[in-house]
Design a protein around this ligand. Structure first.
Ligand SMILES: Nc1nc2c(ncn2[C@@H]2O[C@H](COP(=O)(O)OP(=O)(O)OP(=O)(O)O)[C@@H](O)[C@H]2O)c(=O)[nH]1
Ligand SMILES: [Mg+2]
Length: 188
């Protein structure tokens, strides 16, 4: 905590290759949407300042590569994480095997700590191509619920192209991180 209403948090963006993690990070940073896919190599770390009536927050966003080849490197990124965004692409069938890998990462993050998790269905602007429905998501939510214990979980639908849902998702995350940072039960 910097002063009463100023905060700095490390957050991580997790999810399979091409689901839109970098695009979400660009949207919340005020950068333009890029139709062209440029995969993240390892990790990109960017800082973004978010303000609201009740807070002034600096987010250090760890935008991780979804590519399986970076799985080993990812292990060291879980330290000090205050919030986590798990991104799914609603136009692509959920790969349960990969999802379990992400859950393993999340498990390391939430162990003994209260860390809010935003589960995000991204690319909702691609209405015609959408194949992921509520029932599919409930499966992932149930798996997450099992490992989360004390950590808050919420589901959001976003488009990193139009910006729909992006601000409210990050706002929820920041509010929850502030609650965790200022409550007695959380210990970093
Ligand atoms: N229509 C649409 N396209 C999107 C959206 N989000 C991302 N994309 C596109 O999906 C592709 C992959 O987006 P990225 O943001 O690079 O995906 P990523 O999750 O960072 O991928 P890795 O870095 O490889 O893990 C790009 O071509 C984006 O333009 C969205 O909300 N709507
Ligand atoms: Mg990326």
């Amino acid at each position: 905590m910097l002063d009463e209403n100023s905060f700095a948090f490390k957050i991580v963006l997790l999810g399979d290759q091409g689901v839109g993690k970098t695009s979400l990070r660009r949207m919340i940073s005020g950068e333009s949407f890029n139709e062209k896919y440029l995969k993240t190599l390892g990790v990109e770390i960017k800082t973004v300042k978010l303000k609201s009536d009740s807070y002034d927050a600096e987010l250090v966003i760890w935008d991780l590569a979804g590519d399986a080849e970076f799985r080993e490197i990812r292990k060291s990124y879980t330290t000090g994480v205050a919030g986590c965004v798990l991104v799914l692409d609603v136009t692509r069938e959920i790969d349960i095997e990969n999802t379990l890998w992400w859950l393993e990462d999340i498990l390391k993050i939430v162990i003994n700590r209260k860390v809010p998790i935003a589960l995000v269905g991204n690319k909702i602007d691609l209405i015609e191509k959408r194949i992921v429905n509520e029932a599919n998501l409930d499966g992932v939510r149930a798996l997450l619920d099992e490992i989360l214990n004390n950590s808050p979980l919420s589901y959001f639908e976003t488009s990193a192209k139009t910006g729909d849902g992006v601000d409210s998702m990050f706002d929820w995350l920041v509010q929850e991180m502030i609650t965790s940072a200022t409550s007695d039960e959380s210990f970093p």
